[in-house]
Design a protein around this ligand. Sequence first.
Ligand SMILES: *[C@@H]1O[C@H](CO)[C@@H](O)[C@H](O)[C@H]1NC(C)=O
Ligand SMILES: *[C@@H]1O[C@H](CO)[C@@H](O)[C@H](O)[C@H]1NC(C)=O
Length: 309
Amino acid sequence: MNCRRRGLLLVSFLLSLMMTKIYFKSHQAQELQLSDWFKPRRRPDVITITNWLAPIIWEKTFHRQALEKYYRKRNITVGLAVFAAGRLVDEHLELFLRSAKKYFMPGHRVVFYIMVDTYPQLPYIQSSPLRSFQVLVMGRERWWIDLDLMRMKTLAEHIVDHIQNEVDFLFSMTANLVFQNEFGVETLGASVAQLHARWYFQNPKYFPYERRPKSAAYIPFGKGDYYYGGSTIGGTPRRILDFIQNYLKGILHDMRSGLNSSYEKYLNKYFFLNKPTKLLSPEYNWNPMFISPKQVRYMKVALYPPETS
Ligand SMILES: *[C@@H]1O[C@H](CO)[C@@H](O)[C@H](O)[C@H]1NC(C)=O
Ligand SMILES: *[C@@H]1O[C@H](CO)[C@@H](O)[C@H](O)[C@H]1NC(C)=O
């Protein structure tokens, strides 16, 4: 199938998304104030607030009991969409799911959305009153050369179709991660970005942003806030859908001018224009192959197997 045809299919998909009437669960509960739970002074060694006043969650900066009390009252359900294609299913999915079942939002209701490209031999993991599992099979449209595009398109379709009615917050992660410690309600927010472990401690001028001015993902030198990782994003279903729509529009724009960029670069551009309301420190996505600087005291999620590059 040629590019033009692919582009047309994307456009029609986008239009159908935008014309869909979207209903989101409404939240009447009183909002929690940042000062009720966020204790940034406990971590003077790191930046804990962005210049647009979003909290950056590091170990010790949050008061867990205050958060637990609030979210328990709201009786929340959190979704975790995990994408596993090909060899990721065999090698990582079971470890991901077993560790997530234990450490992801303990004590709260979680729906796992397992997105796979074929019906594989799925690991058997028992559901429980607070842990349920749904398998979402992605279309076998082999012309989707780009797996990120495929997983985001699939996720958007399922958000519109049912996820928006099932969860209050949603995370999307790749399967090559293992939870090592609690990933709890401190991570919840309207739009949650993950600081990239490799780039966090680097000079921003080396960030691998898209630098071609014609691309929709373009961020000029000297601009940009942080480098965000593509393996974890979170937020309300509405905000995740908004990101995906922007991502697809970006791809379409670039396709028309013969360009392509990567998922992570579009994500960085999106968060540059639409600032995330909460940032997760690199503790939430650490690569054990890196020598841990003293700021990283407590690894909550590890990349597995460690990247060798
Ligand atoms: C909490 O939400 C679940 C599922 O949405 C529902 O079945 C349950 O009755 C709710 N519990 C309370 C106390 O509202
Ligand atoms: C851009 O397209 C080329 C050729 O189709 C491909 O090899 C390359 O991986 C693409 N780059 C990105 C970032 O998608």
